[in-house]
Ligand binder design. Structure first.
Ligand code: NAI
Ligand code: CS2
Length: 487
């Protein structure tokens, strides 16, 4: 357990009066990322600028971390690591924590319905929005949404829980809150508004109208590489701290947070702690999602198949490094709306971040939930190239790599455990088809991922089929090498 009194002297402790914090924000998704990003930024603000914006942290599924946090007086550590630097900070900005199941969903709704609460934010992964990834529409057939439609006062889903709190606040005559997604989706505020309003419409059209008029859903671009903790990283952290912090996270030093300045009931002055407040986040989000996350997913599938466990291992293979950089600059950058960013410098900075060997970012982790990630990372770019008649070989190889990966067997014949909300549909598709053009067309026909246009694009089908064949016969490393030799 984290014992603050025993920490080494170079660990920075909260130097502000934690009793002054008010619970003005409720955050759903106390995962690795939030701990090292939004919570850290708010902690700096409390420390350096006397902010009183504190968090109630909520997890709706697993309760383990909430229990750890409570046992540690709501404290945990964030450790920033690079090859040649390391610094740890104890985060003190949390002043309540709830687990949806053990504390009951009613306690969560009530926490969001307190007069002080001005912001509900979340990092619940793309699948937490219960939407169709290709269209952004609420998936009304989603089991949690079906449950919430039948039990609106005892919801399970993220949109359902937020909606119940909005309704309660409205009934009590309390000011509305802003709902801020910090998940990796383009227009994440728009997606959040859409799923909540669509769910409200199923229940009460006046409530849907109230939300449209009175709530705001600021979009954000969030960036910091925060890998899932493993027994090895936890052991390294314990050595450094002299105690075991089960809620501790290790991350890279880089931090970026671009926020649409659109809050209906106020916000912390995050700009004083490293965030940028802007009118339009979308160009930033698209740049980051296509160049960073798009190349991450490429490295995840091709890297995993090629036997590379971590992103930094992929970077030690020159062909993978060049492929990732070319994917960013030759195939993603042209699809972006122009704004004042030097995209070559941006790509080089991403490559440098990927080379950080102190961060053990697993290709398997990034390969998770591909069905939710592909549309915004690759598929809109592919549509752009098809329309413009330009080359998209690396994007097509990425799609082929994903198809080979969801085939469920690696290059050594071992099973790949697929972690994806659509895994049953993917498995059915794989079982019913032979590897080759038939499988490519079948997978491209999954509309929730590929929409209803991509399976009908012969150029895409042919390119992906060709790469899938190369992956089967040559393996991932050789396929990447040969493509880069002629790129
Ligand atoms: P994590 O696995 O540590 O945490 C995931 C959180 O989401 C957990 O709190 C879990 O309770 C919650 N969650 C998952 N599915 C849910 C569902 N269906 N309903 C309600 N809650 C659900 O993952 P991590 O690293 O915190 O990442 C979370 C998200 O943050 C990512 O998916 C991404 O969108 C965003 N992000 C992550 C970055 C990273 O480097 N880890 C960087 C930038 C963004
Ligand atoms: C990664 C991201 O897991 C993934 O899919 O691509 O979490 C990535 O590490 C972050 O977006 C970096 O900000």
């Amino acid at each position: 357990m984290l014992v603050v009194e025993q920490l080494p002297p170079d660990v920075r402790l909260p130097d502000y009066d934690r009793c002054r914090l008010r619970t003005r924000m409720v955050h759903i998704g106390f995962g690795a990322f939030h701990r090292a990003h939004q919570a850290l930024c708010s902690d700096k603000l409390a420390s350096d600028h006397g902010s009183d914006w504190g968090y109630c942290e909520v997890n709706l599924n697993s309760g383990e971390l909430i229990a750890v946090l409570r046992a540690q007086s709501l404290l945990y550590t964030v450790t920033e690591m690079a090859d040649d630097s390391l610094s740890t900070r104890v985060i003190g900005v949390v002043n309540a924590a709830l687990h949806g199941q053990s504390d009951g969903i009613e306690a969560v709704i009530e926490a969001m319905s307190q007069p002080d609460v001005a912001i509900v934010s979340m990092t619940v992964t793309e699948k937490g929005y219960c939407h169709h990834p290709a269209s952004g529409e609420l998936n009304l057939q989603h089991p949690s949404i079906q449950h919430d439609l039948a039990h609106p006062d005892a919801p399970q889903s993220v949109p359902g829980v937020i909606l119940a709190a909005i309704k309660r606040r409205q009934q009590r005559g309390l000011a509305p809150f802003s709902v801020m997604s910090c998940d990796n989706m383009p227009g994440n505020g728009h997606v959040t508004r859409q799923v909540i309003v669509q769910l409200a419409r199923q229940q009460d059209s006046a409530l849907a109208e109230y939300i449209t008029r009175h709530l705001s859903f600021p979009s954000t671009m969030v960036d910091r590489i925060v890998p899932a903790m493993t027994p090895e990283t936890l052991a390294t952290l314990s050595d450094k701290l002299g105690c075991r912090d089960e809620a501790g996270v290790v991350c890279e030093p880089f931090f970026q947070w671009v926020i649409e300045d659109n809050f209906v009931s106020g916000r912390p002055a995050w700009e004083n702690a490293g965030a940028e407040l802007v009118d339009d986040v979308l160009p930033f989000e698209e740049m980051k999602l296509r160049m960073l996350n798009g190349s991450h997913s490429f490295l995840a599938y091709l890297g995993y198949l090629g036997g590379y466990q971590h992103i930094s291992d992929c970077m030690a293979d020159d062909h993978y490094l060049i492929a990732a950089r070319q994917l960013m600059l030759a195939e993603q950058a042209p699809t972006l709306r122009t704004h004042d960013v030097d995209l070559t410098a941006y790509a080089d900075s991403l490559i440098a971040r990927y080379q950080n060997r102190a961060i053990r970012h697993r290709t398997y982790q990034i390969a998770t939930d591909g069905s939710q990630k592909l549309p915004q990372r690759w598929l809109d770019s592919i549509r752009w190239h098809l329309k413009n008649g330009s080359r998209f070989d690396l994007l097509a190889l990425g799609v082929a790599g994903w198809m080979r990966y969801v085939g469920g067997v690696d290059e050594q014949g071992a099973t790949i455990v697929i972690n994806d909300p659509l895994k049953d549909e993917l498995a059915r598709c794989v079982a019913a088809t032979a590897e080759g053009a038939e499988r490519v067309t079948a997978l491209l026909s999954i509309r929730a991922i590929f929409g209803d246009d991509l399976a009908a694009q012969p150029q895409l089908v042919a390119r992906v089929t060709d790469f899938l064949q190369q992956l089967q016969t040559l393996g991932a490393r050789e396929t990447v090498k040969q493509l880069m030799a002629h790129y």
